[in-house]
Write a protein of this length. Structure first.
Length: 309
């Protein structure tokens, strides 16, 4: 949104309307192959679809688009499976629309597994705005508390926020994912500096960083940190602006070194991998995240402009 407060409402309304108009443009042709796309479709989308229906009757869906949506439709039900919010059909349909629309509009990367996780913090935040304080957003029944118009607003806001987020890290999702490769390399360089004993132990046990850190970079720690704490963490990430990807590396280094003592006591490769893929973070609280971010800022201040880093 523009920094000028007087222009924010107008801009928000314009972007929401733009998203509303994109839905029938891309989903009417697709619905001929996937009739359930229209299931749980908010009335505003249905009305816009009827308005544009004649314009898109002759549009065909190619094999790439079918394959793209098929993969998204497989991944969406797997999104944050422990959170009941994302197991609701109305929410899953919204995620499908957001992800498919983003992928079609970003052909350089398209859809990559893991991007489905990145929309969930935004959905949670925008959903909370429409709920009573006594209702837990992660467990609420969306159909009970949210109107069709509100769901359209939530969905549109999620789409534009996810687009803004991914614009700064799209290199992570292009062919061969070079952005992720660079981030993992920088993580290893950083850990070599801040915790040489941990780095040596990982090397001695043949624990290669890409084997455990790829998911950390691909999903921005969505699968390592509880969702409500990811919201707090991403608040800092978004404040970093164009430096977000760089700061994420410092957060990953902070996360890894916070378990240094435990990891150095693990005797072999299998136990190290098992530990790193199932970190004891589900019971973390806000203080743990604040400590993680604080340590990341310390690393950033010490090593951002250091040689070879």
């Amino acid at each position: 949104l523009p920094t000028n407060i007087s222009r924010q409402k107008q801009t928000l309304e314009r972007k929401r309307l733009e998203y509303l108009q994109l839905i029938p443009q891309y989903f009417l042709p697709l619905s001929s192959k996937y009739p359930n796309l229209l299931e749980k479709l908010p009335k505003a989308f249905l009305n816009e679809s009827k308005t544009q229906e004649d314009d898109h009757q002759s549009v065909t869906v190619d094999a790439y688009e079918q394959k793209l949506f098929h993969q998204i439709s497989i991944d969406v039900p797997r999104t944050n499976p422990l959170c009941s919010l994302f197991q609701q059909i109305v929410v899953q349909r919204a995620l499908e629309r957001i992800l498919y629309l983003w992928a079609i509009r970003h052909p350089a990367s398209g859809y990559v597994q893991g991007i489905n996780d990145l929309v969930t913090p935004f959905f949670l935040v925008f959903l909370r705005e429409h709920l009573p304080d006594s209702v837990d957003a992660e467990t609420c029944d969306v159909a009970t508390y949210i109107t069709d118009d509100e769901l359209c607003e939530i969905e549109a806001d999620c789409f534009w926020c996810m687009t803004k987020l991914l614009d700064s890290i799209q290199e992570n999702y292009t062919f061969a994912q070079p952005g992720i490769q660079k981030m993992i390399f920088h993580l290893q360089e950083l850990v070599d500096k801040v915790d040489p004993s941990l780095s040596s132990h990982l090397v001695n046990k043949d624990a290669i960083y890409i084997q455990f850190a790829f998911r950390w970079m691909n999903c921005l720690l969505m699968r390592e940190i509880p969702l409500h704490l990811v919201v707090r963490m991403w608040d800092t990430y978004l404040a970093e602006g164009e430096e977000m990807a760089s700061f994420h590396v410092y957060v990953c280094a902070s996360l890894l070194t916070s378990f240094s003592k435990t990891i150095r006591q693990l005797p072999d490769f299998n136990e190290i991998m098992m530990f790193l893929q199932h970190l004891p973070t589900p019971k973390w609280n806000i203080q743990d995240i604040e400590l993680l971010l604080s340590q990341a800022y310390i690393y950033k201040s010490l090593y951002k402009d250091a040689p070879s880093h």
